[in-house]
Design a protein around this ligand. Structure first.
Ligand SMILES: Cc1ncc(COP(=O)(O)O)c(C=O)c1O
Length: 413
């Protein structure tokens, strides 16, 4: 019998997502995804942490949940209590933190507790594809709230909530990535956080705060987390070690008052997230996290400077973007003539992978000529070469940019 001889079609559940394509490797110049800088991985310290924690506590691996219970490895949660207080102003206990398998699982768990098909949520108009896709799959109406240079426009959120109220619709949450937004890299100022909390109170709509890039700010200065500013507890906060340490570890977390965390926890039916990575992180972070992050952000800042220079050189005024204050992404606007999906396909054939804007937006027309570029994982040289190839492909397909490296170029037939 060959693997393909049994036909599963008749037994597949209706409504499944489309079949996954087989993985064909990474593009030569990969600007996609939320990958990190391999050079910046603190490998020696991670190896030392693994050796010491296993020597000391390795036998606890024989027990589901180690000896820390269902919320996750206790030393890691204790580290988070200290770190969230120091960096985000959050006062919480280890019993208000649930360690998850990446913050993607955190998104699933929070959605699982709050959302049903037909519900409505507010979300920044440009937002994380993983969040948008989940809402679509759940049959939830995602109402996009436009952003400006300071993140979500709170007056637009107010208008949307008032309109929903008139129509008798109670939104389930306001999802926001307030501190280095994905994809726009904006940071919501403290005053807007105050206003958003007022709206949350007025309309009895919780805020779902996704803070996974908050450690990656060049000058390390950030407003307090919305969670920290709430006096009423109507905020659920999620975070991740994917961006500050490494995404393949798959360690994230939820911070929430026990009243709601106790409703979320029964949905985590995997008997605990991977223990080894939690142990290694717990050991590593207590000693090295605070020193590691500024080193990482210095390296990321250097990379985004290379990317901005390369774009300016190759695209000139045809590529518009804001100098980000942190993170791993640049959100770039190309001329209106550029159909970014078409550019992405042609670029991929030439070895350059980019994320097309419409997949990161609820407004497909607005994002039609926009793209998201991750600058963390390609090397400086790959950034320079990849942008040059991208400009070439763009010129061939759409006639822009007209000038590259200050030399007038002709669109090839
Ligand atoms: C805003 C946001 N939330 C959540 C995630 C999920 O990250 P992870 O599951 O690796 O923690 C990402 C990943 O890129 C993200 O950008």
């Amino acid at each position: 019998m060959t693997a393909a001889s049994f036909d599963f079609t008749s037994v597949l559940r209706p409504g499944l997502p489309p079949a996954a394509p087989k993985w064909s490797g990474l593009a030569k110049f990969n600007f996609t995804g939320g990958n990190n800088d391999a050079e910046q991985l603190p490998l020696d310290a991670l190896m030392a942490a693994a050796a010491s924690v296993l020597a000391r506590e390795g036998r606890t691996l024989a027990t589901y949940g180690l000896e820390s219970g269902p919320l996750g490895y206790l030393p890691l949660r204790r580290f988070l209590v200290e770190k969230l207080k120091r960096t985000a102003g959050i006062a919480c206990t280890a019993e208000e933190i649930l360690v998850t398998s990446g913050s993607l699982q955190a998104l699933d768990l929070v959605n699982g507790a709050l959302l049903a098909s037909g519900d409505t949520v507010l979300i920044e108009q440009e937002s994380y594809q993983g969040s948008l896709n989940r809402l679509t799959r759940l049959g939830v109406n995602a109402l996009g709230i436009p952003l400006d240079r300071d993140g979500m426009r709170v007056e637009a959120a107010a208008a949307a909530l008032a309109d929903l109220k008139r129509r008798g619709i109670h939104a389930k949450y306001i999802y926001t990535i307030p501190t280095v937004q994905n994809p726009t890299a904006t940071i919501l100022p403290e005053q807007r956080r105050v206003e958003l909390l007022k709206l949350s109170q007025e309309y009895e709509v919780p805020i779902f705060e996704d803070d996974c890039y908050a450690d990656l700010i060049w000058d390390g200065r950030r407003p307090p987390a919305i969670y920290a500013m709430s006096k009423r507890g109507g905020v659920i906060h999620i975070g991740s070690f994917s961006k500050s340490i490494a995404p393949a570890l798959r360690v994230g977390y939820i911070v929430a008052p026990w009243e709601i965390l106790s409703r979320i926890l029964p949905l985590k039916t995997d008997a605990g997230s991977g223990a080894l990575e939690q142990m290694v992180l717990g050991e590593f972070c207590a000693r090295h996290f605070a020193d590691h992050v500024p080193k990482l952000t210095r390296g990321l800042r250097a990379k985004v400077e290379t990317l901005m220079e390369a774009l300016a050189e190759q695209f000139g005024t045809a590529a518009e973007f804001e100098d980000p204050k942190g993170g791993i992404f640049l959100w770039v606007k190309l001329p209106d003539a550029v159909d970014i999906h078409k550019l992405a396909q042609a670029a991929l054939a030439a070895g350059v992978a980019i994320n097309p804007g419409p997949e990161w937006s609820t407004d497909k027309a607005y994002s039609r000529s926009r793209m998201r570029l991750c600058f963390a994982s390609p090397s400086h040289e790959a950034i320079r070469q990849g942008v040059a190839v991208l400009a070439d492909v763009c010129r061939r397909e759409f006639g822009v940019p007209v000038r590259s490296a200050n030399v007038e170029q002709r669109a090839r037939a």
